[in-house]
Structure formats: structure tokens, C-alpha cells
Design a protein around this ligand. Structure first.
Ligand code: ZN
Ligand code: ZN
Length: 424
């Protein structure tokens, strides 16, 4: 197929987009108003399944608890997996939008928490359903099989693995390529993609350090877990600065430190929660071993009677964009949008989309698309206040502009899919 043919095909497929946008905007606002926490996405799964059926997809629900997959077989050709994640976060929305969420949910500890689509997964669902609508409505232009995967629980790094473990590829077949996208705090129209390791591996750890409680006036009777934890936090700062080579990258953050209830009571234990980002197995091993060594040594230094406990809260593998898949997909996107695809370098964020590729042996291309008003972004850039003024994913103020973000996300997914499907 020549590039000319591909251009013609795109136009025929994309013709219906403008007429579809009001319905997609309504869908997006509905999803945004009704966010659901990881593995609780039952309403969202229902909305997705209904739309897939309307479009003529063969639908399977309840894969990996709440995941949904749709298959549209349309003659011989490649099997192209298009993925959107659909869970939300325990964040109190502060955007002030008229479609802002006031939803609540129950977190894994049983607490009632506010819920918000603060990572934009509602945008991913909207854009994928829009792309599927375009592709299903122009079946005469392509040949092959589209597999649409709507994945739960990305935010806790469990959803992709849960779908794989529940036999996803037995149900939908093994894909020839996996494509996914994420809305980002970049100006609308900007698309970013990095070949190779593009998103970091994450390990989230809970560390319990055990001391011996006593009256605050009798420190000689205690083994103070507050001092033990404080010393551990400081020593952990040396893992990256002293043990990781200058050319390598890692992040070690202590995001939570909890101990005690009262000024005159030395508590029994302290708890730390750590978040670690790495890009290679070697660096990851070094960092995890160093953390374990330091935590144990600080407990020993304090004279603790009981060894500390380190447990994994969640873990994401590094996301690797296949070089050839990256080149083929970004070339199609660049040609379609008439713009350079920005190589933003490796990001310290994490994503479990890569599991769908590694588990099936398919190459992956995963890209970012901007959701910020370009004028607002340009002003912040000029003032050097991007970090302050442009809300990023997970912020209670994160609010992608609806137009043209939805249209761009739909086009990106559609064009990327078409470049892998066979021409008819
Ligand atoms: Zn997120
Ligand atoms: Zn996300």
C-alpha cells in the first residue's frame, strides 16, 4: 500500500468524526461524572460493553474482574490490539467544571474516599470508542481483526496482569501489535513517544520497623521506632546519590512516614511507604537490595528485637516501546497530523500496558497526546511556571480541554490502528 492510498483511506474512515464529536463529548462528561476506583469499574464496563455491542463487536465482560474486550473480525490480516484503561483515583476533584465528579468509593482499606478521573482514563475510553466507531463504520477500507481491550485497575498496576491471568488472549486471540495512548499535560496537538524503555518500572513498598514502646519520659526503657525510621529515611537518600552510576537513573521517594499518636508516648512501631522508579533490571535490583540492607541495618543499629518487614504494595514493569513498532506508528501519526512526533525521553511515570505486549509476545507502541490549551501552555512556558500552572495527571485540578483533545485522541488511535491493519 502506498502512502497515497493510506491518506485516502484515512479520509474515508475519518469523514464521520465531526458528526460524532457531540456524542463523544457527552460520553466523556458522563464518564467523568461517574469515576470508579480500580477493580470497581462496573458502571464504566457496562457503558463500554453496550457501545461495543452497538458497533457490532463480539464482547466479553468480566475479564480480570471488571475488564472488557471486544473483537471485530473483518477478513484476513493482522490482529491489532487497541487498549484503553478505565479506572479512576481516590482524589477530591477541584476543577470547578460543571461536569466535575462528586463521586465517592470504598478504598481497599474500607474507607469512603472521593473519586475522580484525575489521570484522564475517561478520555482514553472516549477516544478508543470513537476510533472503534470510525473503524467499524468503514469496514470496506481495511482487513484484519481489531481487538479492543478496556482495562481495569491500571492505577494499582494490577489490571493488565489480571486480564492476562484470566485468559485474555485465549478469548481474543494473540495480537500482532499492541497500541495504547495516554492524555498528558502537553499542549493539544502535541504527540510524544519514546522508543525503547519509555516509562519506568515502579516498586511500591511498605516498611514496618519495630521498636519497643515506653513512656516518653523513660527513653532508656524504649527502642524508639521514630528515631529508627527517621534515620532510615535519611540514609535512603544515599541509595541513588551514592550507589547508582551517574549515567543511570532511579528515584527513591519516601511518600509516607507514620508513627505514634502522642508527645509523651514512645510508640511500638513506625511505618514507611516507599516509591521506587527504575529503567533497567540491574538498577532495580541494586536499589531494592540497598533499601533492604539499609532498613535492616538501621533496625540493628537501634537494637530492635524484631526484624523489620518489607512488603510490596504494587509493582509495574518498565514499559518498552518496540523500535520498529515505534517507527511505523509514529511515522503514520506524523504524516496524518503533519507534525513532528516529540521524543520526550524516558518518563518516570509507570504504566502496565506493556504487560499486554510482553505476555502476548507482540510489539508495543504507546504514546502521549496533549490535553492542555496551547495558549495557556505557551503562557506558562514563557513565565517558567509550567510546573505550577499546568495541572498534571493525578492533580485534583487535572482537566483536559474537551476540544480538540477528544478529536485528536480519536484520530491518533484510528490512524495508528490503520497503519497496522491491512488495506482492503
Ligand atoms: Zn495515573
Ligand atoms: Zn493513567
Amino acid at each position: 500500500m502506498s502512502d497515497d492510498t493510506r491518506q485516502t483511506t484515512d479520509t474515508r474512515v475519518l469523514d464521520r468524526l465531526d458528526g460524532m464529536l457531540p456524542r463523544l463529548e457527552a460520553l466523556y462528561k458522563d464518564l467523568h461524572k461517574h469515576p470508579e476506583l480500580s477493580f470497581a469499574e462496573t458502571r464504566t464496563a457496562g457503558v463500554v460493553a453496550d457501545d461495543l455491542k452497538r458497533l457490532g463487536f463480539e464482547v466479553t465482560t468480566g475479564i480480570g474482574r471488571t475488564g472488557v474486550a471486544g473483537v471485530l473480525a473483518n477478513g484476513p490480516g493482522p490482529r491489532v490490539l487497541l487498549r484503553a484503561d478505565f479506572d479512576a483515583l481516590p482524589v477530591q476533584e477541584q476543577t470547578g467544571l460543571d461536569y466535575a465528579s462528586t463521586a465517592t468509593g470504598t478504598d481497599p482499606d474500607g474507607n469512603q474516599v472521593p473519586v475522580m478521573h484525575a489521570c484522564g482514563h475517561d478520555m482514553h475510553v472516549t477516544c478508543l470508542l470513537g476510533a472503534l466507531d470510525l473503524l467499524a463504520g468503514a469496514r470496506e477500507t481495511w482487513s484484519g481483526t481489531i481487538v479492543a481491550v478496556f482495562q481495569p485497575a491500571e492505577e494499582i498496576g494490577s489490571g493488565a496482569q489480571a486480564m492476562v491471568d484470566d485468559g485474555l488472549f485465549d478469548k481474543v486471540g494473540t495480537p500482532d501489535v499492541v497500541l495504547g495512548q495516554h492524555v498528558a499535560p502537553l499542549p493539544t496537538g502535541m504527540i510524544g513517544c519514546h522508543p525503547g524503555p519509555a516509562l519506568a518500572a515502579t516498586d511500591a513498598l511498605r516498611v514496618r520497623m519495630f521498636g519497643r514502646g515506653a513512656h516518653g519520659s523513660r527513653p532508656e526503657m524504649a527502642i524508639d521506632p521514630v528515631v529508627m525510621a527517621a534515620s532510615t529515611v535519611m540514609r535512603l537518600q544515599t541509595v541513588v546519590s551514592r550507589e547508582i552510576a551517574g549515567g543511570d537513573t532511579a528515584v527513591v521517594t519516601v511518600g509516607a512516614l507514620n508513627a505514634g499518636t502522642k508527645d509523651n508516648v514512645i510508640p511500638d512501631e513506625a511505618e514507611l511507604k516507599l516509591n521506587i522508579r527504575t529503567y533497567t533490571p540491574e538498577v532495580r535490583t541494586t536499589v531494592l537490595e540497598s533499601i533492604t540492607r539499609i532498613v535492616q541495618a538501621e533496625a540493628t543499629a537501634s537494637g530492635a528485637d524484631r526484624a523489620p518487614e518489607i512488603t510490596t504494595l504494587d509493582t509495574f514493569p518498565v514499559l518498552v516501546n518496540d523500535q520498529a513498532a515505534y517507527e511505523r506508528t509514529t511515522r503514520a501519526l506524523s504524516t496524518h497530523f503533519g507534525t513532528e512526533i516529540v521524543d520526550h525521553g524516558p518518563a518516570t511515570g509507570s504504566e502496565d500496558c506493556g504487560i499486554l505486549a510482553t505476555a502476548s509476545g507482540a510489539p508495543l507502541c504507546y504514546w502521549f497526546f496533549g490535553g492542555t490549551d496551547p495558549a495557556v501552555f505557551a503562557a506558562a512556558l514563557k513565565n517558567g511556571t509550567v510546573g505550577r500552572d499546568i495541572p498534571s495527571n493525578h492533580s485534583p485540578h487535572f482537566a483536559p480541554v474537551i476540544n480538540p483533545t477528544i478529536g485528536i485522541g480519536v484520530q491518533a488511535m484510528t490512524v495508528a490502528a490503520l497503519t497496522w491493519l491491512a488495506p482492503h
